[in-house]
Design a binder for this molecule. Structure first.
Ligand code: SF4
Length: 320
């Protein structure tokens, strides 16, 4: 049995400069995540605290209790040009602990007060609680909520995201945000080879996004640092042992040297094309961003002509 430990911690800075990502600044109210997604690339951040990327990431959760005050100070710094801040890049800002600490809510209030745009990514349905502040921020500066969902399949949800709200609940949250007028879309990432990358599986998510009011959709592939790969492969071994050899062939077996940290380029390109075609089909291909300063989370999309007919795909090939 896992004992969950919540730790109140102080932070020296609220905003982190990020390189090599589609956003420049990030904000994370917590460290660790009770949503426990086995593929989570943020697991490696627990090593900074001398903890492991597996069970410790899932069960030792740090709450940065002074974050709103530090953020307020940083937003007043001379020379701060109010770039969009990405919230939830290394933890889920609406995981259950937010119900107690309300740090994400307090930070949204500070951002709205400073008219500083922000984007949120979350699997937590608690985000709906903050509809008032999200609307205020959208009006004053620009904001967007990216509801994260990789599959509608119950077996995949239970196997790889055991602490998250069920897919249907996340879609309901998306629908409620959209209905209230909050700019929101869907993050379909990471797509899991052999598990969630078939055309029917992807289509089910894209259709559900469109049906529930998403204004945009973006997708992404796996990023496996070695410790994350090893943790994910354990889950794969438990729940889908038949496809374990496919992953080991591409990414390396548990404990071995990493073969590659990202999905192969040709695979990623095929996936991107597949999702782009589906977005055309379901009306999510254009630039639906309502707030001009919104989009650092949203990969630029090429407009696709037509969209009446989808090509027929076979299984995406993973290289031998
Ligand atoms: S919800 Fe996000 S931060 Fe939390 S475990 Fe899942 S992928 Fe990681």
């Amino acid at each position: 049995m896992v004992t969950v430990r919540y730790v109140e911690s102080q932070c020296k800075s609220a905003l982190n400069r990020v390189q090599g990502m589609p956003f420049d600044w990030s904000l994370n109210p917590y460290r660790g995540c009770r949503h426990r997604c086995s593929y989570c690339y943020a697991r490696t951040t627990h090593a900074f605290m001398g903890l492991n990327a597996g069970s410790d990431f899932d069960s030792v959760i740090f709450a940065k209790v002074n974050l709103p005050e530090v953020l307020r100070r940083e937003l007043r710094r001379p020379g701060w040009s109010r770039p969009a801040v990405a919230i939830g890049t290394a933890t889920d800002p609406y995981q259950p602990i937010e119900g107690r600490y309300r740090l994400t809510r307090s930070c949204l209030a500070v951002l709205a007060e400073a008219a500083n745009p922000a984007n949120i990514i979350t699997k937590g349905t608690l985000v709906v609680r903050d509809t008032d502040l999200l609307l205020e921020l959208a009006r004053r500066a620009g904001c967007g909520v990216n509801v994260s969902l990789i599959s509608l399949d119950q077996a995949i949800w239970r196997a790889f995201e055991p602490g998250t709200p069920p897919p249907a609940k996340r879609l309901e949250a998306l629908r409620r945000l959209a209905g209230a007028g909050v700019p929101c879309g869907l993050a379909l990432a990471p797509v899991l080879p052999r598990l969630t990358d078939s055309l029917p599986a992807l289509e089910a998510v894209v259709r559900a996004a469109a049906d529930n009011g998403a204004q945009w959709l973006w997708s992404g592939t796996l990023h496996f640092e070695p410790v994350v790969r090893d943790w994910f492969l354990q889950a794969l071994q438990r729940h889908f042992p038949r496809i374990l050899p496919d992953y080991e062939r591409v990414f390396g077996a548990s404990g071995e040297e990493t073969r590659q940290r990202y999905a192969p380029t040709a695979y990623a390109a095929g996936l991107s094309k597949r999702v782009s075609d589906l977005k055309v089909r379901y009306g999510l291909a254009g630039d639906h961003r309502p707030a001009p300063r919104l989009g650092q989370f949203i990969a630029p999309e090429e407009r696709q002509p037509g969209g009446e007919h989808l090509p027929v795909y076979r299984q995406l090939p993973l290289p031998a």
